[in-house]
Design a protein around this ligand. Structure first.
Ligand code: ZN
Length: 591
C-alpha cells in the first residue's frame, strides 16, 4: 500500500464514517408497526401469516433487481460483526442497497470504495484503487454507475444508448416483450440482447412465493381474497398478471394484500420494468365507514362549490374505489427509503381502461409520519399555544377529503379560452381536458386544488354537523404544520409546489401570519374565506384551461419565501421519515 494517502482502515476514519452513517440512519425515526388482530379468526390469521412469508420473498427479488451486487454485499455485511459493518448493514437495509436514496443515490461510506467499485465492470483495478483517495474512488464509482445500469433489469455491461437503439429497432411482439413490465433484458449467446420473462428469471423464488399464496388461499374463508391469492399465484408462474390485477380491483375482504411486480421507478433508464413489492394490510373499518359517509355527500358538495354555478357538474360519475388499510408487513419496493403512505394501482393500461384503478391509503404509516415527523415540525413551525390544534384525526380526514376532491370540480375545458392554446385542440376528439390544457402545470395545480378544496369541503360538512367540530377547529393549523413537511421534500415535485402556492396565497390574504419569533399562525377570522377564494381561483383557471394564469400562479406563489426558508433551516434535526419495525408480523406464524 502506498503511503501519504487516506487509508480506510485507520481507526479515526472508521469512527468518523460510523458517525456519518449514524446521522444518516437518524433521518429515519424507528416506528413499531403493531396491530391488534384479536378479533381475526384463526384461519384468517393463518392466511395472513402465509402472505407475510410470501411477502418476505419479495425482498429477495427486489434486492437483486435494485442492484446485481446486493445479494453478495448483504452476505458480506451480515457476516462482518465490526461496528462499522453493522452500521453499514443497517443503512443498507433501509435503502435496500448501498446507494443513499436521500442523497441522489450516491454510494454511501466505505461501501462505495470497498464493494461497489471493485465489482463494477471496467472499474479501476484494485492496485490503482489503493492509491486513490475516497473522494477519487467516489467519483469513479459515480462516473461508472452513470454509464452502466444500476438496477439489474438490463445487462450489467450494457449502456443505455445501446439498449435504447436495440429496442427502437424492434417491432410488434418483440417490441412489446422488450418494453414489458415483466421481462428483463439479458445477453444472448452472440452477445445480442434477448428478453427473459420474470417467471423464468426469478423462477425459484416465485415458485416458493406462489406456493405460500396458495396455502394462504386454502386458509381464508373470504371468496374475493381466495380468488386474488390463487390468481396471483398463477400469475407469478405464468407471467400473465391481467386476471389477478382484475381480482385485486374486486377485493372485498378484511385482509387486503398487494403482492407482485408493480412500480417502475427503480428502472431509472426507461421506467419499463416493474419492481417486486408487497403490502400485506388489514382493512380499517372505522375509516371505511367514514369514506362511505363522505361519498354520499359528494354531489351536495359539488352543487355548492364556490365557482360559477354553470361550471358545477350536476351528475358526478362513479368514483374510483378507495381503501383505507393498516400495514402489517411491507417488503421489497414497498419498503425502501421513504415509506409509501398511499398508492394507486394497477399500472396496466388495459386493466385501468376496463376496471379503473384503486387507491389504497396506509393509515398506520400516515399516523407514524404524523407522530414522528409532523408533530416535531409543528413544534418548530408553530407557536406553543397552537400545538393543541394539531391532530392526527384532522390530518387524516383531510387526506381522505383530498383524494375525494380530485373527483370534483371541472375536468374539461368549457370556455372560449381554448382558443389560446391553439392547434393542440385539432388533434383531439372530444372536449379538451384540464390536464391537456394545463400541460406541465397540471399536476401542481391539481394537487393544490385537492388540498384547498378539501379544507373548504370539510368546513361545509362541519357547518352541517356531519363531521366533529374538533376536526374543523384543528384542520387549518394541522394543514399549516403539514405544509412545512411537504415543502421540505422540495418544490421540484407537484405536491411541494402546490403546497407552496397555497401557503403563499394564504399569507398574501392575511389568513396566515408570521409571528415576531418566526413561527406561523392561522388567522381564524380570515381563513375560511381565503380557502374558498383560492378554491374558486384554481377551479376557474382549470375550467378556462388558462395555461398562462397557471404558469403565472406557480411562478409567483410556488416558491419558498425567506420567512418559510427560515423555518425550514430550523428543521435540520427533525427526522425525514420513518423506519418501520414489523413487530406484529414477527409474531405471526401459521399454526
Ligand atoms: Zn392528490
Amino acid at each position: 500500500m502506498s503511503s501519504g494517502c487516506h487509508t480506510p482502515d485507520q481507526p479515526a476514519s472508521k469512527s468518523e464514517a460510523e458517525k456519518v452513517l449514524e446521522s444518516k440512519i437518524a433521518q429515519y425515526a424507528p416506528f413499531a408497526v403493531g396491530l391488534d388482530l384479536g378479533q381475526m379468526p384463526h384461519n384468517e390469521r393463518n392466511a395472513l401469516a402465509y402472505m407475510i412469508d410470501a411477502a418476505r420473498l419479495m425482498d429477495t427479488i427486489f434486492l437483486e433487481q435494485a442492484w446485481s451486487g446486493n445479494p453478495a454485499l448483504l452476505l458480506r455485511l451480515a457476516a462482518d460483526k465490526s461496528p462499522l459493518a453493522q452500521t453499514e448493514l443497517h443503512y443498507f437495509l433501509i435503502n435496500k442497497g448501498p446507494f443513499d436514496r436521500l442523497d441522489h443515490m450516491r454510494g454511501f461510506a466505505n461501501i462505495a470504495q470497498n464493494w461497489v467499485a471493485p465489482v463494477l465492470p471496467s472499474g479501476p483495478d484494485p492496485e490503482a484503487m489503493k492509491k486513490m483517495t475516497p473522494d477519487e474512488i467516489e467519483r469513479v464509482v459515480e462516473a461508472r454507475t452513470a454509464q452502466v445500469p444500476r438496477s439489474s433489469f438490463y445487462p450489467a455491461d450494457s449502456t443505455k444508448d445501446e439498449v435504447d437503439k436495440w429496442i427502437s429497432g424492434l417491432s410488434g411482439d418483440a417490441h412489446a416483450q422488450a418494453t414489458s413490465f415483466f421481462t428483463v433484458i439479458r445477453r444472448g449467446p452472440k452477445r445480442d440482447f434477448i428478453t427473459v420473462p420474470y417467471s423464468l428469471e426469478y423462477q425459484d423464488v416465485l415458485l416458493a412465493a406462489a406456493s405460500l399464496l396458495r396455502r394462504a388461499a386454502g386458509e381464508t374463508a373470504q371468496p374475493s381474497l381466495k380468488k386474488y391469492l390463487e390468481l396471483r399465484a398463477d400469475a407469478l408462474l405464468s407471467n400473465d398478471y391481467y386476471a389477478s390485477d382484475v381480482a385485486w380491483m374486486e377485493l372485498d375482504s378484511s385482509i387486503e394484500p398487494t403482492i407482485g411486480p408493480y412500480e417502475t421507478y427503480e428502472d431509472s433508464w426507461f421506467g419499463y420494468k416493474a419492481a417486486f413489492e408487497a403490502f400485506i394490510t388489514v382493512r380499517d373499518d372505522d375509516e371505511t365507514k367514514k369514506l362511505a359517509a363522505f361519498s354520499s355527500e359528494l354531489q351536495g358538495l359539488e352543487d355548492a362549490l364556490p365557482i360559477d354555478p354553470k361550471y358545477r357538474n350536476p351528475k358526478l360519475g362513479a368514483l374510483a374505489p378507495i381503501r383505507v388499510v393498516n400495514v402489517v408487513f411491507n417488503a421489497g419496493d414497498g419498503n425502501r427509503g421513504v415509506q409509501t403512505a398511499a398508492f394507486n394501482l394497477p399500472n396496466d393500461d388495459r386493466v385501468i381502461r376496463e376496471k379503473g384503478s384503486k387507491r389504497v391509503m396506509l393509515k398506520n404509516m400516515q399516523d407514524a409520519k404524523f407522530e414522528k415527523v409532523l408533530v416535531p415540525i409543528s413544534k418548530i413551525a408553530l407557536a406553543a399555544s397552537d400545538q393543541s390544534k394539531v391532530s392526527f384525526d384532522a390530518f387524516f380526514t383531510h387526506i381522505l377529503m383530498h383524494e375525494l376532491m380530485h373527483g370534483l370540480g371541472p375536468h374539461t375545458v368549457t370556455t372560449s379560452e381554448v382558443v389560446s392554446i391553439g392547434n393542440q385542440r385539432n388533434d383531439l376528439r372530444g372536449p379538451l381536458t384540464v390536464r391537456q390544457a394545463l400541460k406541465d402545470t397540471y399536476s401542481a395545480i391539481e394537487e393544490a386544488k385537492a388540498d384547498i378544496s378539501g379544507l373548504w369541503a370539510l368546513r361545509q360538512l362541519a357547518d352541517q354537523k356531519k363531521i366533529p367540530a374538533a376536526v374543523a377547529q384543528s384542520m387549518y393549523t394541522t394543514f399549516l404544520a403539514s405544509a412545512f413537511r411537504s415543502i421540505r421534500f422540495g418544490i421540484g415535485e407537484a405536491h411541494g409546489k402546490g403546497i407552496a402556492l397555497q401557503l403563499n396565497y394564504l399569507l398574501d390574504h392575511g389568513a396566515v401570519v408570521v409571528n415576531s419569533d418566526g413561527t406561523f399562525a392561522v388567522v381564524d377570522a380570515k381563513i375560511a374565506e381565503a380557502v374558498a377564494s383560492l378554491t374558486r381561483e384554481i377551479m376557474t383557471l382549470q375550467v378556462e384551461g388558462n395555461y398562462a394564469k397557471a404558469q403565472d400562479m406557480l411562478r409567483t406563489l410556488g416558491v419558498v419565501r425567506p420567512e418559510v426558508q427560515r423555518v425550514l433551516d430550523k428543521l435540520k434535526g427533525v427526522p425525514i421519515d420513518i423506519e418501520p419495525q414489523f413487530v406484529t408480523a414477527e409474531t405471526l406464524m401459521p399454526r
